[in-house]
Design a protein around this ligand. Structure first.
Ligand SMILES: NC(=O)c1ccc[n+]([C@@H]2O[C@H](COP(=O)([O-])OP(=O)(O)OC[C@H]3O[C@@H](n4cnc5c(N)ncnc54)[C@H](O)[C@@H]3O)[C@@H](O)[C@H]2O)c1
Length: 303
């Protein structure tokens, strides 16, 4: 199995290449980026480091060199500085994604799986799906961090072990995300939260991005994303069919069509093996529709 990372010299690209590399699930990882010197230094450092623990080889590549890759991960982006919301990013990153689509069109085949992590994930995911004319099973948008944070805050507020908590945050990877309070489980049993607990968790979910941005650290959540993206890469390479939330192009699931947004999906060596429709409350259905409408508005400005 071979992985290409476009944006491989950046934070998400390099942390993910490294963390996935340590799992020994790829024969080769090929990094593509426009910052040649930074890219070369990552390749020299990562390939030597990984050589002592696994068989994965790391290479620098251009587009013609990634035509044998089974998976293409896209993390290329403008720097995430001075954006108050992920929406601001759309116009900035569209040009980059347009360019990448025109390049990878020539190197992908019907089996290639594309994972997009560049923000805003949902409209850009749909854009790539349309521009590359690929099957919807083959394009996975990365939004797992929302669910990770939801579980983290549930654990913090309820004092339950996070590894025993199961929950999903669906919808947009952005302001209209929908934490699914009606389906929280602890040790596989339904977990009911008080209204006060829900309110605290909701506020933490709403404020997380603003708080993180206010640090002005000029770095995104590289560690959380590397772990989440590697979870998806592992599900593909080992054909685990694990249910992992991701942004997927919908065709009627949850009553929503022609938009890519966060839903739970079985991930296999085919990509999105099956979209899972979990039972959600009437209010959550409405919030998901609202989230879908917002993404559709964003898409209107680019397609
Ligand atoms: N989906 C998520 O949960 C999630 C989480 C964190 C970050 N992100 C997003 O991921 C993206 C990357 O974040 P980052 O922190 O790694 O940014 P970064 O600035 O560290 O890295 C981006 C890299 O893309 C490269 N690049 C730019 N244009 C390119 C092109 N045309 N071809 C190839 N490479 C190009 C840059 O040189 C840079 O190395 C951002 O859009 C960010 O918002 C998404």
């Amino acid at each position: 199995m071979k992985l290409a990372v476009i944006g491989g010299a950046g934070l998400l690209g390099s942390t993910t290449a490294f963390y996935a590399g340590t799992k020994d699930i790829f024969d080769e990882i090929k990094l593509v980026d426009i910052k040649e010197n930074v890219l070369k230094s990552h390749v020299m450092d990562m390939d030597q480091g990984l050589s002592s623990i696994c068989k994965t080889k790391v290479f620098e590549a251009d587009y013609s060199g990634i035509n044998d890759c089974n998976i293409i991960l896209i993390t290329a982006s403008m720097p995430e500085t001075k954006v108050s919301s992920r929406d601001d990013y759309l116009k900035l990153n569209l040009k980059i994604v347009e360019n990448i689509c025109s390049q990878i069109k020539n190197v992908i085949n019907p089996n290639t799986i594309i994972i997009n992590a560049s923000n805003p994930v949902d409209p850009l995911n749909l854009y790539m799906f349309k521009m590359l004319k690929i099957k919807r099973e083959k394009i996975i948008g990365f939004n797992l961090n929302d669910t990770v944070r939801f579980k983290y805050f549930i654990s913090e507020v309820t004092k339950k072990d996070i590894l025993s908590v199961d929950a999903y945050c669906l919808g947009e990877h952005g302001e209209t995300k929908v934490p699914i309070f009606s389906q929280i489980k602890c040790n596989n049993e339904e977990m009911k939260l008080s209204n006060a607990q829900k309110e605290i968790i909701n506020l933490k979910m709403i404020n997380w991005f603003k708080e993180y941005q206010s640090l002005d650290s000029k770095r995104t959540a590289g560690w959380t994303s590397a772990i989440g993206l590697t979870k998806i890469l592992n599900a593909i390479t080992n054909n685990t069919k694990e249910v992992i939330p991701c942004s997927a192009v919908l065709k009627g699931e949850y009553g929503i069509s022609d938009v890519s947004l966060g839903i739970p999906a079985k991930i296999s060596n085919e990509g999105i093996d099956e979209i899972i429709e979990i039972e959600i409350s009437e209010n959550e259905k409405k919030l998901l529709q609202k989230s879908s409408s917002k993404i559709k508005e964003m898409v209107k400005s680019i397609i």
